[in-house]
Design a protein around this ligand. Structure first.
Ligand code: URA
Length: 187
């Protein structure tokens, strides 16, 4: 029997497959349309996300919302937003390989069930994982990559937290990546 996205989310909410389960307030599975053409994938929940149970609701998320509206003309309800790991790593450290490995099936289920046409990976972490590469985001971004297994294209861009730190040039580059995503969705 194939589960729906909501059913998979309900299962993930009880997940104890890695140590991150011990420190979380709640699982941050993802949010948005289960039929979205466009999916964003970040790294993992921060403090605000852990508190609210929703992805990208802090400062980075506000920037993501604004750039998404200005360059793609979409709101977060029209796309889907998820992270590589669904539970907050303590002190905002990077997720460990065993945590990523334990969590990966949730992201794979999300991609399979939503079947987006375009996936925008936000930052080094999700870009390297989804492209199975060690190349960094500065080199990866600026192009799109077919993901034959998912029947989608992947467009890597900076993490909005990096844009908040980095300023104008990175913001302009992220905007151009989002335009690429909009064009990739055009029929
Ligand atoms: N950073 C992420 O990678 N994901 C979030 O949900 C919030 C901040």
């Amino acid at each position: 029997m194939t589960l729906t996205l909501a059913q998979v989310g309900a299962e993930a909410a009880r997940c104890t497959k890695c140590g991150l389960a011990n420190g979380r307030t709640q699982v941050v599975f993802g949010m948005g349309s289960p039929d979205a053409d466009l999916m964003f994938v970040g790294e993992g929940p921060g403090a605000e996300e852990d508190k609210q149970g929703l992805p990208f609701v802090g400062r980075s998320g506000k920037l993501l919302d604004r750039l998404m509206a200005e360059e793609i003309g979409m709101t977060r309800d029209q796309c889907y937003i998820a992270n590589v790991v669904k539970c907050r790593p303590p002190d905002n450290r990077d997720p460990k390989p065993e945590e990523v490995a334990a969590c990966r099936p949730w992201l794979e289920s999300q991609i399979r069930l939503i079947a987006p046409r375009v996936i925008v990976s936000l930052g080094n972490f999700s870009s390297k994982l989804l492209l199975d590469t060690t190349t960094g985001i500065t080199k990866l971004r600026g192009q799109s990559y077919p993901l034959p297994d998912a029947d989608a294209v992947l467009i890597p861009t900076f993490h909005p937290a990096a844009v908040l730190r980095g300023g104008g040039l990175q913001e302009a580059q992220m905007r151009s990546d989002l335009v690429r995503a909009r064009l990739a969705m055009a029929p």
